[in-house]
Design a protein around this ligand. Structure first.
Ligand code: ZN
Ligand code: ZN
Length: 96
């Protein structure tokens, strides 16, 4: 499996105890292998709920998932998808 580099999470995540905790769990799990989906989802939901100002803009026309969510009006799914790019490698973040 190709390993893409993990992004450095933005400062707001390090200032938040819950973000830091979930992030550490996610990184520990992911380096052990696949199966970190639960941690990803928990962290993504937390950021959308508690850091709404930090949710990135839609990725644009080159992202099939953003286009799909925009068309179907799935706002919360779209936001959870976009926040993954804050803390996961782009190739992984855009596939979920
Ligand atoms: Zn947080
Ligand atoms: Zn996207």
């Amino acid at each position: 499996m190709e390993t893409s580099p993990w992004p450095v999470p933005p400062p707001f995540m390090w200032r938040c105890a819950r973000c830091t905790d979930l992030l550490k769990k996610l990184i520990t799990r992911s380096s052990a292998g696949p199966g970190s989906f639960y941690e990803q989802l928990t962290l993504a939901k937390h950021i959308v709920a508690d850091h709404p100002g930090e949710v990135p803009e839609p990725h644009g026309a080159d992202c099939a998932l953003c286009a799909h969510y925009a068309k179907h009006g799935d706002t919360s799914l779209s936001e959870e998808h976009r926040v993954r790019s804050l803390f996961m490698p782009p190739g992984v973040a855009r596939s979920t």
